[in-house]
Design a protein around this ligand. Sequence first.
Ligand code: ZN
Length: 194
Amino acid sequence: MFIEPYSSSDKKGWIEVICGSMFSGKTEELIRRLKRATIANQRVEIFKPMIDKRYHAENVVSHNANSIPSTPIESATSILLLATDVDVVGIDEAQFFDVELPEVCEQLARKGIRVIIAGLDKDFSGKPFGCLPQLLAIGDYITKLHAICVVCGDLATHSFRKGSSDNKILLGEKDTYEARCRACYYKGLAEKKR
Ligand code: ZN
C-alpha cells in the first residue's frame, strides 16, 4: 500500500500516478489517498474530465459507489485557474484529458502541491492511453494496480471490450468491458476476428 512520503515543513510538491486496467481499483485508491489528506485538514480539490458522465456529474465515483465531490472541467489548463489555495489536487480519468495535462501537473507540483492522478494506462486496443505515458514519465511515485482476469483468475492488466464498437471513448461498466490478463486478452481478440 502506498504510504505518503515524509515532507518537511517547507512546501514541496510531487506527482503520484495510479494506473492500471479497468476494475483494478484506481478510483478507490485515489479516494483513499484524498480522504486521508482531508482528515489531516489538508485542502483538497478534485477534477475530472467533462466527458465522464457515467455517474453523478460532480462526484468522483468508483465502481463500488464510494464517492468524493469533484469538479468536471473541459480542459486541463482550467485546473491551474481553479486549484488556488490547495495542498492536494486529485485528477480522475486522466486518460481523457488533453495533452496539456502533464505540463499542468508539473506546474502544480512546482508550486508545492501534491498531485495525485488516476487513469487507465491502456485503451481497449491495448495501446497506451492519452497522456498516461507522459504522466508516468514525470510522476515521482507510480502505483500500477491489477484487476483479476475474468477468464482465468490471473492478474489482469488489460481492458477487454465485449462487442464490436471501435470508439476509443466508450464508457461503461461490466456489460461493456472485462479485465483480462494479456494471454486471455489476445485470445479474446482472436476470437472476435473469427
Ligand atoms: Zn487470463
